[in-house]
Design a protein around this ligand. Structure first.
Ligand code: NAP
Length: 243
């Protein structure tokens, strides 16, 4: 039994650790992060060349099942995985951590895209904590506000005109996030609904400080593909296939 995990997430790495030793596991990473945390088992890095390339890779490497454990906002690879699995006739499971849910005291502004997030900043304050990742920075390029941009690696795209870059990778602590909001006198937080515990403390810190949060909603999971919400659930799915 050979399982291909499309990874790039904490959950993908945990899943590889759960399956390694019971089935053959290959994790695939896009290669975006300079020094990724490597999962257990075999690892390959780089794009496949669209859904056809992924289907061909699956066939060539005798993959019996694919688990799409990519980030909830990695929309293209999830779409490609659904197409490739159908073409290569292998079962596909999506492993997606649950999204965040607002609680009492949260001041969320939910939007459908980074462009909408940029527009939603009107009137919310001058000092923005931008945590939506380095790839979508272009949407904020023409905004007049000051931005604290936090990302794992330095962005290629130009930063907003008034900004400071903070290179850091989660998990983040509540105390750390409280300190950051206070030190930089943050008026508004921008985040994708990535879900998960590693980056959730910023939401608690924002709630405590009555800081509004612009939350970009997730794209949908490809139609008809089953979804697991934890690595354990996904591992059970793969083990059941292996018999
Ligand atoms: P994307 O827009 O969905 O994918 C763009 C292209 O990158 C895909 O068409 C594919 O190239 C390649 N690719 C993506 N994930 C891959 C993987 N796991 N293995 C091999 N190739 C992959 O993806 P993205 O938003 O740029 O994210 C890239 C990676 O970073 C993902 O693996 C994701 O899990 C991780 N990540 C993304 C975010 C985010 O906010 N988007 C945050 C944290 C981590 P080909 O078509 O050539 O196969």
């Amino acid at each position: 039994m050979h399982v291909l995990i499309l990874g790039g997430t904490t959950e993908g790495r945990l899943l590889a650790g759960l399956l390694d030793g019971t089935v053959r596991v290959t994790s695939s990473l896009a290669g975006r992060v300079a020094a990724p945390r490597l999962p257990a088992g075999e690892v390959r890095i780089g794009g496949f060349g669209g859904p056809e390339g992924l289907a061909a890779w699956v066939r060539r490497h005798d993959v019996d099942a694919v688990i799409d454990a990519t980030h909830p906002f990695a929309e293209r690879i999830s779409f490609n995985a659904a197409r490739a699995a159908a073409t290569a006739h292998v079962p596909l499971l999506v492993l997606r951590r649950p999204g965040w849910v607002p609680v009492a005291g949260d001041r969320w502004h939910e939007v459908g895209s980074l462009e909408e997030a940029a527009a939603a900043l009107d009137g919310l304050g001058d000092r923005v904590f931008l945590t939506s990742g380095r790839l979508g920075l272009a949407a904020f390029a023409d905004r007049p506000e000051w931005f604290l941009v936090r990302s794992v690696d330095a962005p290629d795209a130009p930063m907003p005109a008034r900004s400071e870059l903070l290179l850091d990778r989660g998990p983040f602590t509540l105390d750390g996030e409280r300190g950051l909001l206070a030190r930089h006198r943050i008026d508004v937080l921008v985040t994708k609904d990535s879900g998960g515990a590693a980056t959730a403390p910023k939401l608690t810190a924002a709630r405590e400080a009555a800081v509004p949060v612009v939350v970009v909603r997730r794209p949908p999971v490809p139609q008809g593909v089953p979804v697991a919400s934890t690595p354990e659930e996904a591992a059970a799915w793969a083990r059941a296939l292996a018999g």
